[in-house]
Design a protein around this ligand. Structure first.
Ligand SMILES: [Fe+2]
Ligand SMILES: [Fe+2]
Length: 294
């Protein structure tokens, strides 16, 4: 589907119905969660996914200070995007509790409070600087977002395959559908904006080459990010990283100005080589919490 303007993309997005409605959530066989065992090493990954999702509220707040925050089309998309991502975090938290991994009631507040001050300071500076980029920032933000959404979608797919848990699969299928719609929005608007001028392509590429980090790193501890990547994409043959390369990096190459991007694949491969295999003992470090229930 080829769109001519970002408004066309928004119109398409608004026609997509939500998957994770209240009815969908109520129809999940929650009582069957404990019937299938869950690999303990996946707990820290689910906690990480949950935290990244609910921190979208914070990312959304930061983005409102940038040129795209003042773009009525993108701002409208971000309103719904922000709500959908938070639902993803909340449903993952419910799954964890149903599976027997109790989390504190105020876990959302604790997740927000755990973000380091250094993150807030550098983000404030960066979002202020985006105003210097003007319209080039739209292309940059959309390209950045497309890469983040694509890698998030792949992380959920890997989680589904590795966990092989029927109830979690139902939940993840719903999340993956919504992530796919986000990806389509970001990629489509990125294509339109990048095609407008070479300067936008150069700026976007430079920003991604310089600042791209896996989703959540920075607002959450780097060790947690790396644990998740090694757990989801690490294996003996390197096949997991090859999948990431095909489904994220190679797709990003299709964006104008992004030919030959290799930072994403290199970063994932480096982490997997260093940390694979993940042991149950290593997983304890990240699952005992964080926010211990007392
Ligand atoms: Fe999400
Ligand atoms: Fe998303």
């Amino acid at each position: 589907m080829a769109f001519e303007t970002s408004k066309d993309v928004l119109d398409w997005y608004e026609k997509q119905e939500r998957t994770l409605t209240d009815e969908f959530i109520d129809s999940i066989p929650w009582s069957e969660v404990r019937s299938t065992p869950l690999d303990d090493r996946l707990i820290p990954v689910l906690l990480y996914m949950r935290d990244v999702e609910v921190l979208t509220e914070m990312y959304h707040r930061e983005l409102r200070r940038t040129p795209t925050g003042r773009d009525p089309v993108i701002a409208k998309f971000m309103e719904r995007w922000g709500v959908e991502e938070v639902t993803h975090g909340q449903i993952i938290d419910r799954f964890l509790n149903e599976a027997g991994h109790r989390t504190p009631e105020d876990w959302q507040r604790q997740t927000h409070r755990g973000v380091p001050v250094s993150y807030h300071t550098s983000t404030y500076l960066l979002t202020s600087l985006t105003n210097l980029l003007g319209s080039c920032f739209t292309a940059t933000h959309m390209a950045f977002g497309a890469i983040h959404e694509m890698s998030t979608g792949q992380a959920y797919r890997r989680m589904k395959d590795i966990a092989a848990h029927p109830v979690l699969s139902t939940i993840l299928d719903g999340i993956i559908r919504e992530e796919a719609a986000h990806t389509h929005f970001y990629r489509s608007v990125a294509r339109i904006e990048l095609a407008k001028c070479k300067a936008a392509q150069k700026v976007a590429r430079k920003v991604v080459d310089t600042f791209w980090r896996p989703v959540g790193q920075g607002s959450l501890a780097k060790e947690r990010t790396e644990y998740c990547i090694a757990m989801l994409f690490g294996d003996e043959t390197g096949e997991g990283v090859d999948v990431l390369d095909r489904t994220v990096t190679k797709r990003a190459h299709q964006l104008p100005g992004f030919e030959g991007l290799d930072k994403t694949t290199h970063r994932f491969r480096d982490i997997c080589r260093r940390l694979y295999p993940i042991t149950t003992a290593a997983s304890l470090l990240f699952s005992i919490d964080l926010y211990a229930v007392v």
